[in-house]
Design a protein around this ligand. Structure first.
Ligand code: ATR
Length: 277
């Protein structure tokens, strides 16, 4: 790529039409007055390797990776950050000038930044975090919470063996509760996180008793459609602090944008509005 070429980035997944990333990155490009394009690309697993080898030659400086390629892409990268290795998935690729593909995972960063940016603030040291769900998103959330300094993770998942496997992997700082007893985690929790797909548009709501929660607890959901999930509504009614999942999506986009386009963008109310358009 010559220095005069306009940098290209984008997001790869399948399906891809639902992705909010184009609105977010295009909003930043426009409001920051930067040259660049951000393009959604529907790519099948079979074509992923060939596409990733071709894009740098076409002027791409990197891409976001979304479902279902976040795990597979690790095998196609030349360099993988520690946090992407730990999570076992990548969401951000940098195409380096030396031709190497650098894979990173900024989901955990986005998750923590979203909590920290809430008006009431969030402290990792405030106490244990109760995590619901043990899938791919849960791995990123648990790794980020532990890295941020949360003293203990309480984990519950419908399929208990998946939670047990995560507990084995992350070690002593993780305690597993049966799904039917997930409500028992609440009395200990300073933070509660839903990482399941329950509560998302078209899915059933997450019905976990929050009765034991302390008033100052922070409840967050990685689901952002709808913005106010049943979990957050109930937590609000109980006087807890709530943080919706849209901010995680916005904040995870920041490191990639900065690497590709050279300036660090702000996550503010205009970014939120752009993502929802
Ligand atoms: P992701 O990578 O987005 O986390 P995933 O690996 O499919 O996706 O995990 C989805 C999570 O939502 C899991 O924790 C899943 O529980 P199981 O491990 O028991 O499948 C949880 N989940 C999805 N539907 C659920 C439901 N109806 N009731 C309870 N948990 C559900």
């Amino acid at each position: 790529m010559s220095d005069h070429t306009i940098p290209l980035a984008g997001v790869i997944g399948t399906p891809i039409a639902h992705s909010r990333s184009p609105q977010i990155h295009r909003h930043w490009l426009t409001t920051m007055g930067l040259k660049g394009y951000y393009i959604p690309m529907n790519v099948s697993a079979d074509n992923l390797g060939a596409v990733l080898r071709t894009l740098p030659k076409a002027g791409f400086v990197g891409v976001n990776i979304t479902i279902p390629h976040k795990e597979k892409v690790l095998d196609l990268a030349d360099l993988v950050t520690d946090r992407a290795t730990l999570i076992g998935a990548a969401n951000t690729l940098i195409f380096r000038k030396d031709g190497k593909i650098h894979a990173d995972n900024t989901d955990g960063y986005g998750f923590i930044k979203n909590l920290q940016s809430a008006p009431h603030g969030w402290q990792a040291s405030a106490g244990p975090a109760a995590v619901l769900g043990a899938g791919g998103a849960s791995r990123a959330v648990i790794a980020a919470l532990l890295d941020a300094g949360v003293p203990e993770i309480l984990l519950s998942n419908r399929t208990r063996v998946r939670a047990d496997a995560l507990a084995q992997e992350f070690g002593k700082r993780l305690r597993v509760f049966d799904w039917v007893q997930a409500g028992n985690m609440m009395e200990y929790a300073a933070t509660v996180v839903n990482t399941t797909s329950l509560g998302m548009v078209g899915n059933q709501p997450l019905r976990v008793p929050l009765d034991g929660l302390q008033k100052g607890a922070v409840v967050t959901d990685i689901v952002y459609a709808p913005l106010r999930t049943k979990l957050l509504e109930v937590a609000d009614q109980m006087g807890c602090h709530t943080v919706d999942g849209l901010g995680m999506l916005l904040h995870q986009a920041v490191p990639g944008f900065e690497r590709w386009f050279g300036q660090r963008p702000e996550v503010d109310s205009a970014t939120r509005a752009a993502a929802l358009r």
